[in-house]
Design a protein around this ligand. Structure first.
Ligand code: UT7
Length: 332
């Protein structure tokens, strides 16, 4: 039974875009600043390099979001956008939101705009949220962005975390269509706050007692093994769950675009699903874990090679804990 049948409208994808900073940092570069080795990083994670923002070049969440958004918009005037949702955990400002700053840069004068925080699952949460606004008829064009600049909240002396992440942004333009042309076939999102301490970056530890502001954020803290186990358990379950809600079997899924955190996680998901490895699309070797940006970065990269009519599962997991997936009927 297709979960989406009762909405008055359908949602379709009308553009994708991505952006990464110009500075490339290889595993060999990291060997020069911390006690690690290139082979360990590549064999344990699949990562060969990542892009890291250079603030002296003006690279930040806004600049990456803007470039990705302009690519996703293509010929569509920004003035036609009704809503902008930016999924991020690493904004340039606590407020105003990245979404409002992006609205201003784009000249999307009629849009309302907000940020959404669901860590590495953020883009999946944002796609689902945007789709609800469209399918209910409240909005007809929604820009969804996933952006993270993890490099600014990493402890560059902690080799268990700093080697994993890269910076980037990705964007998707969603539009209203008729209910019979709906591309979002199902979705299911989850949270479990009890696991929050396994992956965290605490904000504002200064200010208490009054007047003693020493540091505004703590760097990323992660129990890597627990997050790994959480991912390889929940992603296969989640993909099966959303396939079921779409009235499909997992064998009918042509491709999985999963959050890119570790190649071994992607391979383990493929094994558990009894799929060939290639079904789980991967570009982690080039970008590392770009958090909320990883799914739109991969979707943009593989869009041209996915045949029209394919059934795609899009799945995320991350801090919160959060996880979830959706099924999308790909229409080039
Ligand atoms: O978006 C979600 C965010 N996070 C994730 O998805 C992370 C999920 N977890 C993982 O990907 C993996 O747990 C890691 C890649 C983080 C770690 O891989 P692991 O196979 O679980 O390694 P480990 O932490 O068990 O460490 C194994 C060994 C240790 O040495 P000893 O104690 O066996 O002598 C570590 O000290 O590897 C050592 N090690 C390193 N060696 C070189 C850990 N990090 C490094 C490093 N370079 N960067």
């Amino acid at each position: 039974m297709n979960q989406q049948l009762n909405f008055p409208f359908g949602v379709k994808l009308n553009g994708l875009g991505s952006s990464v900073p110009s500075q490339v940092v290889t595993n060999q570069d990291l060997e020069k600043i911390i006690d690690t080795n290139s082979d360990w990083i590549e064999s344990r994670t699949g990562i060969k390099k990542r892009h890291i923002c250079d603030s002296s070049l003006g690279e930040d969440s806004l600049s990456l979001s803007l470039e990705a958004s302009l690519k996703a918009l293509g010929d569509t005037p920004a003035s036609e956008i009704d809503l902008i949702i930016v999924a991020t955990s690493t904004p340039d400002y606590f407020y105003p939101s990245t979404a409002c700053r992006l609205q201003s840069k784009l000249g999307a004068t009629k849009a309302f705009a907000f940020d959404l925080s669901a860590a590495c699952t953020g883009f999946v949460y944002a796609l689902v949220t945007a789709s609800q606004f469209i399918q209910l008829g409240t909005c007809s064009k929604v820009l969804v962005v996933g952006v993270d600049i993890h490099s600014k909240i990493l402890d560059w002396t902690d080799r268990t975390t700093c080697i994993l992440f890269g910076d980037g942004a990705g964007a998707a333009l969603l539009e209203r269509t008729s209910a019979d042309k709906n591309e979002l076939l199902s979705h299911k999102l989850h949270s479990d706050g009890h696991g929050g301490e396994d992956l965290s970056a605490k904000c504002v530890i200064g200010g208490y007692p009054l007047g003693k502001v020493e540091k505004s954020t703590e760097s990323v803290h992660m129990n890597g093994r627990k997050i790994y186990q959480f991912a390889v358990k929940t992603i296969p379950e989640s993909v099966s769950e959303s396939a079921n809600l779409a009235g499909l079997s997992v064998d009918q899924i042509d491709y999985l675009i999963c959050h890119q955190a570790n190649q071994r996680i992607l391979d383990s998901v493929a094994e558990k699903m009894d799929w060939p490895r290639e079904k789980c699309l991967s570009n982690i070797a080039k970008y590392g874990n770009t958090s909320a940006a990883s799914i739109p970065l991969a979707w943009s990269e593989f869009a041209n090679s996915i045949p029209s009519g394919s059934i795609i599962s899009i799945a995320g997991f991350g801090a919160g804990l959060t996880w979830g997936s959706l099924i999308w009927k790909w229409n080039k």
